[in-house]
Design a protein around this ligand. Structure first.
Ligand code: NAP
Length: 300
């Protein structure tokens, strides 16, 4: 079967796009390799999305999933391996088979950036985490560290400070770049010790579990866990063959969210843009979808 539109990624951007496509009568299919909601599943609190004065990330993810079910939007849990362009058709190779579509929206999102230390990958899930919401309770009344200086690092430090005994907050610059409101909340936390101009230079393990972090090659801190919030990297490695990525790996799009390949669009956190927020990702998805809907209508 040929689809009008295949959307890669069931985060807020892909789901927003799919709602408009389905309501306009398009034959649409969503593809997702993990769970619907994307990064939302790893955020403890959302208070900047209109309609929800406060909601947890996983609860908002569930709401999004319910929208898909209510509207009977088809989806498949499948990892996309390649997109090939054949004339006007896009052929999408996945782990559960191949699909054909007139249009594609890539809404593949981003993942947490790594520090790049030798044993970091191995210690993931063994003391290193990128999800305070998922793993915070494992470290109740323990001493832990958080690394990063943006909104995520501060927001998650504030959340974790209510669970753990003590937090070492480590940032490689002389000032944080998080919002003022978060900086104010952080100041009130008595169990957070801040290390500025500090780089984690090694991770010391004991029996395959993180035991200590070393700062600036000299100071050793004994910790039960390290939560890393040092930004993101786009999930775009499968699209390298399309030659639509910039040098940081983000997809370049025009004002209609179309890449330089006609019929292939990209939205949300996987594209190069100014503001990475839930609401801007939803907006991107809706705008791309409407552009595609209008093109299909004009042809008929
Ligand atoms: P971010 O804003 O990119 O901040 C990443 C932080 O990690 C920066 O302080 C960065 O330092 C530091 N860093 C980068 N690479 C590093 C390395 N190798 N070692 C040590 N530190 C490193 O990422 P984010 O905080 O996850 O936020 C991402 C986006 O989501 C932002 O647009 C943010 O506003 C948004 N967000 C919003 C909210 C909210 O609205 N409440 C909450 C969370 C996130 P440099 O300054 O040197 O780059």
């Amino acid at each position: 079967m040929e689809y009008d539109l295949i959307i890669i990624g069931m985060g807020i951007s892909g789901i927003s796009a799919s709602i408009y496509a389905k309501n306009s009568g398009l034959k649409v299919l969503l593809l997702e390799k993990n769970s619907p909601g994307g990064l939302l599943n790893r955020i403890n609190k959302v208070n900047n999305y209109p309609g929800y004065s406060e909601i947890t990330g996983p609860d908002l993810a569930l709401e999004l999933f319910q929208s898909i079910n209510n509207l009977q939007i088809p989806y498949k849990i499948a990892e996309v391996q390649e997109i090939k362009v054949e004339g006007n058709k896009k052929m999408i190779k996945t782990t559960v088979g191949n699909f054909e579509s007139k249009f594609v929206i890539i809404a593949s999102g981003r993942q947490n950036r790594k520090l790049g230390l030798v044993n970091e990958e191995k210690l993931m899930g063994h003391g290193i985490s990128t999800c305070a919401l998922c793993d915070g309770n494992l470290y109740k009344d323990k001493e832990i560290a958080v690394v990063g200086g943006g909104n995520s690092a501060l927001e998650e430090t504030i959340y974790l400070s209510k669970i753990v005994k003590k937090i070492y907050l480590i940032h490689h610059r002389d000032a944080f770049r998080a919002e003022e409101a978060l900086l104010q909340q952080l100041k009130e936390k008595k169990n957070v010790e801040i290390f500025l101009n500090s780089q984690i230079t090694s991770l010391i393990e004991d029996k395959n579990e993180l035991k200590e972090i070393v700062i600036n090659d000299k100071k050793h801190l004994s910790v039960s866990a390290l939560f890393t919030y040092i930004g993101f990297e786009p999930n775009n490695s499968f699209f390298i063959n399309l030659n639509i990525l910039n040098k940081e790996g983000y997809i370049e799009v025009n004002e209609n969210y179309e890449t330089k390949i006609k019929g292939i669009y990209a939205t949300g956190d996987c594209i190069k843009k100014e503001v990475y927020q839930l609401i801007t990702s939803a907006y991107d998805g809706v705008m791309a979808s409407i552009h595609i809907i209008n093109q299909l209508k004009n042809k008929n």
